[in-house]
Write a protein that binds this ligand. Structure first.
Ligand SMILES: [Fe+2]
Ligand SMILES: [Fe+2]
Length: 245
C-alpha cells in the first residue's frame, strides 16, 4: 500500500537521509531514552494518585506493539509501522503534565524529544498528530488523522484488562475499575482480507454486564470505529464469542 509518508519523504529526502546515516529513530531508541522513561514513570504514578487504571510501561509497550501490528497486517509501509510503534510508546506522556488535555500536551512534550533524537520533521509531523488525536478526556473524542493515528487509537482503546486495575478493594471499584476488572482477555484481530478489525473481549458478566461496558466505553468504541474506517476497515466487537457490534 502506498503511503503518504513516503510521498512526503521522497519530496524532502528526509527519511532517506535518516536511513542513510544510520540515525533512524526506532521504538528501541525511544524506549531507551531516559526522558521518555522518566515521563512515563511519573505520568503513571500521577494517574495512580488520581485513581486511574495502569498507564505505565505495560500499557504503552502493549499499545506500541498492537499499533505496529495493525499496520503490518494491513500491509502499510514498514516505516509507517515503526512510527505507529513510536507513537504508541509515547502517546500517554502528556499525563505527566495533567490528565486534562494530555493528548495535546503529550504531543508538545514529544516534539523536543524526537527533535533531540534526530527524527526528520515529516515523521515528527505524523507522530504529533497521532499523539494529539488519541485522547478522549474532557468529553471530547479524538479523531484519527492518518493511518498511524488510527492504529494508535485502535491499540489504545483495545487495552481493557483486569491487570490494569490498581484499586485493591473491589468494594471501592469505580465504573472503569469494574469494567476493566471484568475483562479477563482482550484481543484486537485484524482481518486484512475481509477488511474487518474486531475487538474480541472475554468479560466476566458477574462483575460487569455488557451494558455497563458499553456505557463506560462508548466514546472509545466510536473512536475505534472511525479509526477502522480510516484504514478502510469496519470495526466489530465480540464479547464472550458473541457479536455485539
Ligand atoms: Fe491517553
Ligand atoms: Fe493510553
Amino acid at each position: 500500500m502506498t503511503t503518504k509518508i513516503d510521498e512526503i519523504s521522497e519530496q524532502s529526502g528526509e527519511v532517506k537521509h535518516a536511513r542513510n546515516n544510520g540515525s533512524t529513530v526506532t521504538l528501541e531508541t525511544v524506549r531507551d531514552d531516559h526522558e521518555v522513561q522518566a515521563f512515563i514513570k511519573q505520568a503513571n504514578k500521577s494517574l495512580g494518585v488520581l485513581g486511574f487504571t495502569e498507564h505505565g510501561f505495560r500499557h504503552v509497550g502493549l499499545v506500541a506493539n498492537i499499533a505496529r501490528n495493525v499496520l503490518i497486517r494491513l500491509e502499510y509501509d514498514a516505516r509507517e509501522q515503526d512510527l505507529a510503534a513510536i507513537a504508541g510508546y509515547m502517546h500517554d506522556i502528556g499525563n505527566v503534565v495533567s490528565r486534562h488535555g494530555h493528548a495535546s500536551t503529550g504531543a508538545m512534550l514529544a516534539y523536543p524529544i524526537l527533535t533531540r533524537l534526530g527524527m526528520p520533521p515529516s515523521e515528527k509531523a505524523i507522530i504529533l498528530g497521532a499523539i494529539g488525536s488519541h485522547g478522549d478526556d474532557h468529553g471530547q473524542r479524538g479523531e484519527p488523522v492518518n493511518p498511524v493515528s488510527a492504529a494508535l487509537i485502535l491499540a489504545d482503546k483495545s487495552d481493557v484488562h483486569r491487570s490494569r486495575v490498581r484499586n485493591p478493594d473491589p468494594s471501592k471499584f469505580d465504573d472503569h475499575d469494574r469494567v476493566n476488572y471484568a475483562a479477563t482477555s482482550s484481543f484486537l484481530r485484524v482481518d486484512a482480507e475481509n477488511r474487518t478489525i474486531t475487538l474480541e473481549l472475554t468479560i466476566d458478566t458477574s462483575i460487569a454486564s455488557v451494558m455497563q461496558y458499553f456505557e463506560i466505553f462508548m466514546p472509545r468504541m466510536q473512536m475505534s470505529r472511525r479509526a477502522a474506517n480510516l484504514l478502510e476497515c469496519s470495526f466489530r466487537i465480540t464479547m464472550n464469542d458473541v457479536a455485539v457490534l
